[in-house]
Design a protein around this ligand. Structure first.
Ligand SMILES: Cc1cc2nc3c(=O)[nH]c(=O)nc-3n(C[C@H](O)[C@H](O)[C@H](O)COP(=O)(O)OP(=O)(O)OC[C@H]3O[C@@H](n4cnc5c(N)ncnc54)[C@H](O)[C@@H]3O)c2cc1C
Length: 293
């Protein structure tokens, strides 16, 4: 690994100062579970690494005025996995966090790192996308809210400028009679990445589906929404046949590649299976009105 300067800021302002001092060449490190292998493999050779671990503001979770949840970018997957409120109000976010690596990895891995690393297989992206989360991004003298749907720009690329920091992910308040679920397929039970991941979120209104969001991982350069499948559900009474139709449409929204981990056809098949299963569980949760994980 090439030698680099390590910055240990205690505040967001100091992070921005360190990022600004190296002409866009510095890299942020949160848990390091993605970044360190990239440094060791020589894929990245930053002159400076800015460590977020001393910035308490990035590790906080709090409610906003409208009952939504604000999750600091450096909150770990383990903290999300075990948080009682999250498990009850946004179960699929806790479910996706619980799938990351092993408990040792989850004690380091952060939600911000998962999103900023922007792997097509990132497990926390589909549930946050389906919940219409917003990323709060700060740069020198500016702050912007980026809907997660516009956050990813390609494989391992986001809309973040080199001098910007993701500070928070904001979730809207959970709607009444809503439910969500995230599932992924991996050949191995643990320590593997998603061949396909699907998050489904639905809201029931007057006995029909009032709103549906379906987000897919590992089937395109970025996490994507299956919009035609969502539209097929809205305004309809939920039934197994309707769920099957939405699953078919979600399969058509996928643009997977074939690689050593699965062919494109296999991935499309998995999208159909996982969409059916996640919608079925999302419906059960919405009907229960209870949003327990
Ligand atoms: C053994 C193992 C198993 C894994 N299993 C899974 C899995 O099952 N599912 C999965 O999705 N991932 C998995 N991962 C990948 C990784 O653990 C996750 O993506 C994790 O959430 C990354 O978070 P981190 O804090 O470690 O990120 P880091 O490695 O610290 O950072 C990742 C990238 O994001 C940038 N970054 C981090 N925070 C910010 C911020 N606030 N603002 C701007 N840029 C930022 C960094 O500069 C870097 O480019 C695994 C990794 C390992 C080593």
């Amino acid at each position: 690994m090439r030698r680099f300067q390590l910055a240990l800021p205690r505040s967001i302002d100091d992070c921005l100062k360190s990022l600004g001092e190296h002409g866009g060449e510095a890299k942020v490190i949160a848990g390091g579970t993605d970044l360190l292998p990239q440094l060791k493999n020589g894929l990245l050779k930053p002159p400076c690494v800015v460590d977020l671990s001393g910035v308490a503001a990035l590790r906080a979770m709090s409610h906003d005025a409208r009952g939504g949840l604000r999750i600091g970018a450096a909150v770990t997957a383990r903290a999300l996995e075990v948080d009682a409120h999250l498990r009850s109000a946004y179960p699929m976010v806790a479910e996706s966090a619980a799938l990351i690596g092993s408990v040792q990895v989850r004690n380091l891995a952060t939600v911000g790192g998962n999103l900023c690393n922007a792997a097509p297989s990132a497990d926390m992206a589909p549930p946050l996308l389906a919940l219409e989360a917003e990323a709060i991004v700060v740069g020198p003298g500016r702050e912007r809210r980026v809907p997660l749907a516009s956050f990813f720009s390609g494989v391992r690329r986001t809309v973040l400028a080199p001098d910007e920091l993701l500070v928070e992910i904001d979730l809207p308040a959970p709607e009444p009679r809503s439910g969500g679920h995230y599932l992924r397929h991996t050949p191995r039970r643990e320590l593997d990445i998603a061949v396909v991941g699907v998050a489904s979120q639905i809201t029931l209104t007057d006995g029909v589906c009032g709103k549906a969001r379906i987000a897919l991982a590992s089937v395109a350069p970025t996490p994507v929404r299956a919009v035609a499948a969502e539209e097929a559900l809205v305004g309809q009474p939920m039934s197994p046949e309707l769920i099957e139709r939405a699953a078919e449409l979600a399969g058509e929204a996928a643009r997977p590649i074939s690689d050593q981990r699965g062919s494109a056809d296999f991935r499309r098949h998995l999208v159909r299976v996982l969409t059916r299963r996640t919608l079925t569980m999302a419906l059960e949760r919405a009907r229960r009105g209870s949003r327990e994980a």
